[in-house]
Design a protein. Structure first.
Length: 322
């Protein structure tokens, strides 16, 4: 087939070959009749190895299987296309009988690449399919940009939910989770407990050793809390030197046992200093079990009051709210 201009005829092959978009054309017998230069560069497979063959799959897949153009030639219905491109394709809004798809090809380049590809039927004057044309575009950079944006958004969400110093969840997240857990405990009549932890004499630690060492004490306590958490528990930095552990499916007895374990382990920690001195600290803990009908503020307040009771008893102890 030729196009004509004032200088003479231009073959369709030359037009395809000059197209900067990777293009494949196959006939009704699935033989490759056009494999343009852009496609050869993208796939690393020269046209001389493809023209006249039915091996177009070889440039894209490790074993024989149809490419999208092959399915078009076979007149495949959408369910057949779905067999090979499940969740990765849709019908073209512009060309009847055409499809568009996007997929990752691990064998392309050093780290693989994402390709956006379209395939449309080539029909004769009677509307019979006599071949198919497929185009391919490398969209890896777009995917990388989208992944970077998603990672950035996820990182922002994570930062908005966590405390910068300790890495524990922050107070805003505590209230969200506490409302959810109280509603769940109410709905299913399940136990729920909460403990408030307050680092004893923290101002004295800051005054004697400095705020950097005070922060070190808090991060050590946060690490210990994380180590003692069970799968369903969640921990939060509640204030300056206060922490909260939310304990779903936990009655007071089990909550007291966990609190005592945290208290004892923290009391045994020694944080060495440069002059051979070491910092030691203790924690007072208040435990409260949720009562049916109780709201989140009342539950927190009862646990706080138990912390004050622990302070009055001499600190470094666990008190169960009445």
């Amino acid at each position: 087939m030729y196009l004509t201009n004032s200088g003479g005829q231009i073959s369709l092959s030359r037009i395809f070959d000059g197209n900067p978009v990777a293009t494949i054309v196959i006939d009704s017998e699935h033989r490759v009749i056009h494999w343009n230069r852009a496609c050869a560069v993208m796939t690393g497979v020269p046209a001389s190895e493809m023209i006249g063959s039915r091996d177009q799959w070889r440039a894209f897949y490790p074993g024989p299987r149809p490419i999208l153009a092959d399915l078009i030639v076979d007149g495949a219905v959408e369910s057949k296309v779905d067999t090979f491109y499940h969740g990765k394709f849709h019908r073209s809004e512009l060309i009847e009988g055409a499809y568009e798809a996007e997929d990752f090809f691990p064998a392309f380049g050093e780290h693989g690449c994402w390709l956006f590809f379209t395939a449309a039927p080539i029909c004769d004057d009677q509307g019979r399919i006599i071949g198919a044309i497929e185009t391919l575009q490398n969209v890896t950079e777009r995917h990388r940009a989208e992944e970077a944006l998603r990672a950035s958004e996820e990182r922002y969400r994570e930062l908005s939910r966590t405390d910068a110093l300790t890495g524990l969840l922050n107070t805003r997240t505590l209230w969200e989770h506490l409302l959810h857990e109280i509603a769940r405990a109410q709905r299913y009549a399940r136990p729920l407990s909460l403990m408030v932890l307050d680092c004893d004499d923290f101002k004295a630690i800051n005054d004697r050793f400095g705020h950097l060492e005070g922060d070190r004490v808090l991060t050590e306590l946060a690490a210990l809390i994380r180590a003692c958490e069970r799968g369903s528990d969640s921990a939060y930095r509640y204030g300056g030197e206060e922490f909260v552990i939310l304990l779903p499916e936990t009655a007071a007895t089990a909550a007291m046992q966990l609190a005592e374990r945290v208290r004892a382990r923290f009391a045994g920690i020694r944080l060495p200093l440069a002059d051979a001195e070491a910092i030691s600290a203790t924690v007072s803990i208040g435990v409260a079990e949720w009562r049916p009908g109780e709201d989140e503020q009342t539950l927190i307040r009862r646990a706080d009051e138990a912390v004050y009771a622990a302070k009055r008893r001499g600190k470094n102890c666990v008190v169960l709210a009445g």
